[in-house]
Design a protein around this ligand. Sequence first.
Ligand SMILES: *Cc1c(COP(=O)(O)O)cnc(C)c1O
Length: 354
Amino acid sequence: MNSTAQKILVEKAKTSKINQVDFDNLSFGSVFSDHMLVCDYRNGAWETPKIMPYQPISLEPSAKIFHYGQSIFEGMKAYKDGNNDIFLFRPLDNFKRLNISAKRMAIPELPEAYFMEGLTTLLELDKDWIPQTAGSSLYIRPFIFASGKGFHASPADEYKFIIATAPSGSYFAGKVQVLIEETYSRSANGGVGFAKAGGNYAGQFYPTQLAVKKGYNQVIWTDDNTHEYIEEAGAMNIFVRIGDTLMTGPTSDRILDGITRKSILEIAKDEGIATEVRKITVTEVVEAAKNGTLKEMFGAGTAAVVSPISTFGYRNTDYDLPELSDSYASRLKKRITDIQYNRAEDPFGWRFKV
Ligand SMILES: *Cc1c(COP(=O)(O)O)cnc(C)c1O
């Protein structure tokens, strides 16, 4: 242990809740491990992180998170292999993105050691909470929010950085039916779409509810200006396969720079799959669906890894995608999860042993 790690304070839970958990029937992110990490920003600095029993927190009614939504988060997973070794996947990229989100939301940036050593110390303490059953993992939710008080619409003077974790089963929601959205927008140029800022997701709920009422599971977001370009699938990046070419849009102010997205692009290249990162129009996707060259569409993100789309709706017409026996989605998902669970070589250097 180095000097910084020694500074993390640990208050262990007196009793563990682990025996109350049915590890064979885990849903996603709804039971929480014994401990959490809490780090306060006060008087212009991040204080020493503390690990303590998972518990409610108390806040002033005037805490700025409630009024002005200064809040950001990350989503990552810890994986266990057959030898009980614990791995993370590209965790420094989550740390860097947390600070990119922080900067955009006028939240003070967090020191790397507090994130990395805080997280690894927490995982070592709660290692029994990392499930070993196939497809299961410990979902990790690092987040920062404005805890400082005052109704004045300005950045808070106090913040909390918390890491809470939740053992989760494999996130397979079945094949999803999606609606290409032309009225509402997730993000705009100059906005905060590239940040994992809480309000982005609150703003998605209502349009998604409308799509669900029409019988879809999820919304495909298009650009706010013309609604002609396909941008994201719910809270996932989107991939489209036309012919044998796998495509995704370029990251921008409006599109989140997903770690799964960029990993899939690299693995696809390694597999010899033709890839294109370019703007994808709704028109070309509809054309391809009509002429039979649209082979696959899938979302990509940490929770589900890949989430295949079976149908998309556009202007009152539904277009079905074919059932493929050897889809890019399943090939790429297998390669990425084999790296995550230490079942295969990691030529990219993405796996991080805790
Ligand atoms: C988190 C997120 C993603 C996926 O990012 P990963 O790093 O792959 O988990 C994609 N789009 C949005 C809007 C997101 O919030």
